[in-house]
Design a protein around this ligand. Sequence first.
Ligand code: OAA
Ligand code: MG
Length: 230
Amino acid sequence: MANAGCRIFLKIYRPNKELVEGFRGLPVANIADEMNRFFCMDVRIKRFNTKPLLGTAFTVKSRVGDNLLLHKALELARPGDVIVVDGQGDLANAITGEIMMTQAAVNGIAGVVIDGAIRDAEAMKGLGMSVYAAGVQPKGPYKDGPGEINVPVCCGGVVVNPGDIVVGDADGIVIINPQDAPELLAKAKAKLAKEQAIIKGIKDRIRRDKPWVDLGLERVGCEIIDDYYK
Ligand SMILES: O=C([O-])CC(=O)C(=O)O
Ligand SMILES: [Mg+2]
């Protein structure tokens, strides 16, 4: 454990597959609402294709602009893993591209999330796996290390532990501690059902009273003026 900053942990506590699969198709927004609106990566992390993202975190901490540890991760990660890379938000060098991501997809990796830059961005659209990153940069990576694998990392402003459940859609990415997952799954499903019922009600033109709106405005002393703004 001595060489902090240059270590590879081979083992991960992976949650069982059924638990992870339970989140398939659930909107990230509904999951995050049931986590008090925390644990979502920030908007810098954008998606580069429309493949759904769901799997177990396999974490990589890379040196800025360097992908030696990401290459090792491609060797070690298992089908169903999501490789989550803390590239420290650096956009000066792409740390992955079409060749590496094609290899990941062929290996059955469920997705790759990079707090850093990628290149060959167009090719990500046709990939059989989800890719998210902070940006695009044609300049390639260095391959010298150091870095770490399967330690807690920071990606998109969220701490990601190896084995966490990663869910992503068009809105963004949420990170779930497997210990919270069973209860959270039930709550997020209920939230989705509730929202779908509201939307159906709106479309069916059923009147929907929201007394909390006026109560909230009253609480902050909002002035309501029956005149034009001059
Ligand atoms: O050259 C690299 O290491 C990254 C890259 O563009 C690719 O994987 O296609
Ligand atoms: Mg390339």
